[in-house]
Design a protein around this ligand. Sequence first.
Ligand code: SAH
Length: 265
Amino acid sequence: MNMMSPAPAEREIAPGKVWLVGAGPGDPDLLTLRAARLLMAAKVIVHDGLVDARILAMAPAAARLISVAKRRNRHSMPQDEINALLVAEALAGRDVVRLKGGDPFVFGRGGEELDACRAAGVDCEVVPGISAALGAAAAARLPLTHRDSASVVSFVAGQCKGLTEQDWRGLAGPGRTLVIYMGLANAEAIAAKLIDEGLAPETAVAVIENASRPEMRVVRCALVGLGETVAGQNLRGPAVIVVGAVAARDGRDFELRALALEGVS
Ligand code: SAH
């Protein structure tokens, strides 16, 4: 008998498919239609801690929800175990909706999960989501690019191996917007690094916490005061830090104007 051929029972199971689905920044209205459709038809959902409870509540009552929540310094499930879980579920014949905050391919380790599926011969499809930078910018009414103030926008991870060795020069400064994900814990070091790399200490910064959620906060400061502001305002995240002239724009002007228009109609 050829030991390489699978047992008949195994051979009969058609593998399921893994969907890497972006859940956006929080507000369920910011899901794509494709994400909502998949979620509402899902049998197995593997989700991160960042996925909003209101979104999880859209899953069918019978769906199996598996949390692989990760918090800084507290990994409840290591990435290789998440990869193995997705592959095992699919090989057992089940379709899996892998729900991730924001977009799966922006600091979401979606690439690693895609690779694991590929290596195991499991079909994997990616559904993009609204990444935190975009959701936060919209919610706070801070255009990431603007003809008057920025024509370049960069996303960086503020919590990663060798932060200080990373070269961020050219990512921030006049005409540029820098959006830092996962930066709160290192806020002070990040500000010092940017100033060290040549950025003016008075460069405008906006910290947008819990974007698109009811508890959203937008806090502004100068780059030099970032560490103090994060501590003083008790910013705990999730939050993005926006560095550059666009961060100085005051979104409240727009709110007031919208209210005035409502009064007219
Ligand atoms: N894949 C996600 C990012 C995951 S990394 C995306 O595309 O958005 C986690 C970081 O995303 C957090 O530390 C924070 O910087 C940012 N983030 C996620 N949700 C957010 C929200 N609602 N408001 C502000 N920042 C958020």
